[in-house]
Design a protein around this ligand. Structure first.
Ligand SMILES: *Cc1c(COP(=O)(O)O)cnc(C)c1O
Length: 387
């Protein structure tokens, strides 16, 4: 990836003021200081005695999703690399949660923010971005999203954040209370503080990269399972060790599943991947929401389903241990989609059989009997022991 071109307010230019950068970084750090860590929820499942299940609740960030962490990291990375200076317009290609979280931080440090997104983006999303002072730049051809974002940044003499490229390197994977360190710190007082598996989906791939790197850096025995969804290139790329796979149809599950193997996806630190059918994702989402007494988003359903498959294997093998996954966002944003039976029917999705199987597993601990595509890291490099 080419470094951003020099701008008029590059350190050599007249508009650059180091004091402004200091203030911007300080503002983001102070915001972090005022923030409580997100909760690690223990899910009580009496039928699974000996297998402890934890959910890291990323829905409670001020901007409602785990993209809050990513946006903070991307802004600090861009500020400390001299890519954002006083008044630099910031541009992102995102119709989703990333743009909402980035608008929040752009407003905090007082730089203009532009989200480039398809004209079909929902009015709620646009309102959320505008709520934080962001501008929505709507385009007709969704395929031109990235090129348009780069072009807009060039026209404005601004900075293109490019989440899919920079997510993996913007986050400090060794620590600094990244999501992995936070999980392990919060598990300290638990009966089984070193989880057997952490399960996470992939959108940019940044979160799974941070977790996988951290596990290796700290030499933990914990393994990383990535739950992919339908209409996504990640699983095939992992299975074949070939990054060139693409997928024509867009993912139905917001935040996860990508048409190409994004640069921020780091397969070498992933021990196992599962490809979860969308109907099963929706079933797990609904079931988990009922158990928690509040709604979770679609990607969380895929995470939870993959976790339950691992729990079922552990039961069958008479193993005890602990498992962790993430609540990536809440279900509020999806009332008109994943929680709307007519929306599901229109897309041919029938979660009922999956819901019955999962519900019976959680009630009795009897094996979950449906199969999904499932592959262990073909490089073998990731696993300390075969799953
Ligand atoms: C971005 C996102 C993910 C995936 O996280 P990455 O770190 O980008 O791989 C999962 N769920 C939701 C709701 C997201 O917005």
């Amino acid at each position: 990836m080419e470094p951003p071109a020099f701008r008029q307010h590059h350190p050599a230019g007249p508009a650059y003021r180091r004091g402004w950068v200091d203030e911007a970084v300080a503002a983001i750090e102070a915001d972090q200081c005022r923030t409580a860590d997100t909760h690690l929820i223990r899910l009580i499942v009496p039928a699974l005695t000996g297998i402890d299940i934890y959910l890291k609740d990323e829905s409670t960030h001020p901007t409602g999703s785990l993209k809050h962490r990513l946006a903070r990291s991307l802004f600090l990375y861009a500020l400390c690399n001299g890519h954002i200076c006083e008044g630099t317009p910031v541009v992102e290609a995102s119709s989703g949660s990333t743009a909402v979280s980035e608008a929040y931080f752009a407003q905090m440090i007082n730089v203009p923010f532009y989200a480039v997104m398809p004209r079909t983006t929902s009015a709620e999303k646009i309102a959320a971005i505008e709520h934080y002072g962001g501008n929505c730049h709507l385009i007709d051809d969704g395929r031109a999203l990235y090129a348009e974002a780069a072009a807009l940044a060039a026209r404005l003499n601004g900075h293109y954040m490019d989440q899919f490229t920079f997510a993996e390197r913007a986050t400090d994977w060794r620590g600094n209370n990244n999501i992995a360190e936070s999980i392990f710190t919060q598990l300290k007082g638990e009966p089984r503080p070193l989880p057997d598996w952490i399960v996470m989906g992939a959108g940019t791939g940044g979160t799974s990269a941070t977790i996988g790197r951290y596990l290796r850096y700290r030499q933990y025995p914990t393994r990383l399972c990535v739950a992919d969804v339908e209409h996504s290139a990640f699983f095939d790329c992992f299975r074949t060790q070939d990054r060139s796979h693409v997928c024509e149809r867009p993912s139905l599950i917001e935040g996860v599943g990508r048409p190409r193997c994004e640069p921020s996806f780091v397969p070498g630190v992933v021990d196992r991947m599962m490809k979860i059918p969308d109907a099963a994702t929706i079933a797990a989402m609904s079931l988990l929401s009922r158990r928690l007494g509040r709604t979770v988003g679609g990607s969380t359903g895929a995470n939870f389903l993959a976790l339950c498959r691992i729990a079922s294997e552990m039961r069958k093998a008479n193993q005890t241990g602990s498992l962790v996954t993430l609540i990536c966002d809440s279900g509020e944003r999806y009332r008109q989609s994943y929680y709307e039976p007519a929306w599901l029917r229109a897309r041919g999705l029938d979660p009922a059989p999956f819901e019955a199987a999962l519900s019976s597993f959680l009630a009795t601990g009897e094996p979950l009997d449906f199969v999904v595509d499932d592959v262990v890291n073909p490089q073998g490099a990731g696993s300390r022991q075969a799953p």
